[in-house]
Design a protein around this ligand. Structure first.
Ligand SMILES: Nc1ncnc2c1ncn2[C@@H]1O[C@H](COP(=O)(O)OP(=O)(O)OP(=O)(O)O)[C@@H](O)[C@H]1O
Ligand SMILES: [Mg+2]
Length: 317
C-alpha cells in the first residue's frame, strides 16, 4: 500500500478576475522511502499542491480531493484531522525557507521550540537538537549561532533539521536548492538522499531544475497549468520524454559542454483564472493537431509506471 496517495486534488483561489484553478485533478502516490520529483515552470501549481497536502493553504482557498495517509483521508476532516499528522508524519521545507529562519533567535532555540511544540521537554529538545544538527551535517555547536552566522547552504541544512524535528515519514521539499551555488546544490541533494536512505524517509522534491532530479529521485511528475501531464521514471523523463512539454523542458535545460543550443519554450502558460478548452499546452505546442484545440487529453496510463496526457501519445499507445 502507498504511504501517501493524493487523489483528484483540486485547489481554487478566489480572485477579482474569477476563480484561479491552481491545482486540477492532481493524483500521485508515494511509497515508504520513495523519492518523487514534482517539476514544472513557475506558477504551474507545485507549491499550492504541497501546501494543500499539509493543510496550510490560506483561508478562502477551496480544496477538494483526498490526501490518503496509510489509506486514511486526512484532508476530509479539515484542520482537526490534518493537525495530528502535520510535522509528525508529513513535514515540509518551505520555498525560500532558508531566509525565513527567525533572525533574532539562535538556531538551536528554534529547533528546541519545534521539538517542544510537539510535546518534548526542554532537555529532550536540547539533546534532539544536537542529534538533528549532526544528522544534517552541521557541528552541534552551531546551535548557539544566529541564522546570519551561517552560509546559505548551512541555513538550508538547519531548515531541514527543523523539518525533521518530529521524525516525519514524508518530507515535502519545495525548491530546496534554489538560490544555492551548484556545489552546495549537490551537497543538499546528497544530504536529502542520505537522509531518505538512513531514515526511510519518503521525499517529494519540488523543483524547476530538471538536471537535479535524477540525482535524488526515482520518479518524476511533470506539472503544467495545474495538472500533471507526465509521470515516469526519472531516466525516462530525461532521456525519453513522452509529452511535448516535457521534451521542451528537457531541451531548455542547459548542457555544460554547450554542444546543444539552448532553447526556451515560446509563449507563456495559460492564465489559470480562465476556462481552458482543449489541451492547456496546445498554444505553445509545435506538434498540436486539431483535436488538441477542442479536447483536453486525459492522463493515460502507458504501463511500466509511465503516464502521459497528450493526444499524440494516445495514438501511439
Ligand atoms: N493565495 C493565492 N491567491 C490567488 N492565487 C494564488 C495564490 N497562491 C497561488 N496562486 C496562484 O496559483 C498558481 C500556482 O502558484 P504556485 O505558487 O503553486 O506555483 P509554483 O509552481 O509553486 O511556482 P514557482 O515555481 O514560481 O514557485 C499561480 O497562478 C499563482 O498565481
Ligand atoms: Mg513554488
Amino acid at each position: 500500500m502507498s504511504l501517501l496517495s493524493v487523489r483528484d486534488l483540486e485547489v481554487g483561489f478566489d480572485a477579482p478576475a474569477g476563480e484561479v484553478r491552481a491545482v486540477r485533478s492532481v493524483s500521485f502516490d508515494l511509497a515508504p522511502g520513495e523519492r518523487v520529483a514534482l517539476v514544472g515552470e513557475s506558477g504551474c501549481g507545485k507549491t499550492t499542491t504541497m501546501l494543500a497536502m499539509m493543510g496550510l493553504l490560506p483561508a478562502g482557498a477551496v480544496v477538494s480531493g483526498q490526501v490518503l495517509l496509510d489509506g486514511r483521508d486526512i484532508l476530509a476532516g479539515g484542520e482537526s484531522s490534518m493537525r495530528p499528522h502535520r510535522w509528525t508524519d508529513i513535514a515540509m521545507v518551505f520555498q525560500g525557507a532558508m531566509n525565513a529562519l527567525n533572525p533574532v533567535r539562535r538556531v538551536g532555540a528554534q529547533i528546541v521550540e519545534a521539538v517542544r511544540i510537539h510535546g518534548g521537554s526542554r532537555r529532550d529538545g536540547r539533546s534532539r537538537t544536537r542529534e538533528l544538527l549532526e544528522l544534517v551535517g552541521l557541528p552541534a555547536d552551531f546551535a548557539a549561532r544566529y541564522p546570519h552566522e551561517l552560509s546559505g547552504g548551512q541555513r538550508q541544512r538547519a531548515v531541514i533539521a527543523l523539518a525533521l524535528a518530529c521524525e516525519p515519514r514524508v518530507l515535502l521539499a519545495d525548491e530546496p536548492t534554489t538560490a544555492l551555488d551548484v556545489i552546495v546544490q549537490d551537497q543538499i541533494v546528497t544530504l536529502l538522499r542520505e537522509l531518505s536512505d538512513t531514515l526511510g524517509l519518503a521525499v517529494v522534491m519540488v523543483t524547476h531544475d530538471l538536471a537535479l532530479v535524477p540525482h535524488l529521485c526515482e520518479r518524476a511528475a511533470v506539472m503544467y497549468a495545474g495538472s500533471i501531464v507526465e509521470t515516469a521514471a526519472c531516466a525516462d523523463i530525461v532521456q525519453r520524454p513522452a509529452h511535448p512539454y516535457t521534451r521542451r523542458l528537457v531541451d531548455a535545460t542547459p548542457d555544460l559542454a554547450g554542444l546543444r543550443p539552448l532553447s526556451s519554450i515560446p509563449g507563456v502558460p495559460p492564465r489559470l483564472d480562465q476556462v481552458l478548452s482543449g489541451c492547456p499546452f496546445q498554444p505553445r505546442c509545435t506538434d498540436a493537431v486539431e483535436s488538441c484545440e477542442t479536447t483536453a487529453p486525459p492522463l493515460l496510463d502507458l504501463g511500466a509506471g509511465r503516464s502521459c496526457a497528450c493526444h499524440l501519445t494516445e495514438v501511439v499507445a
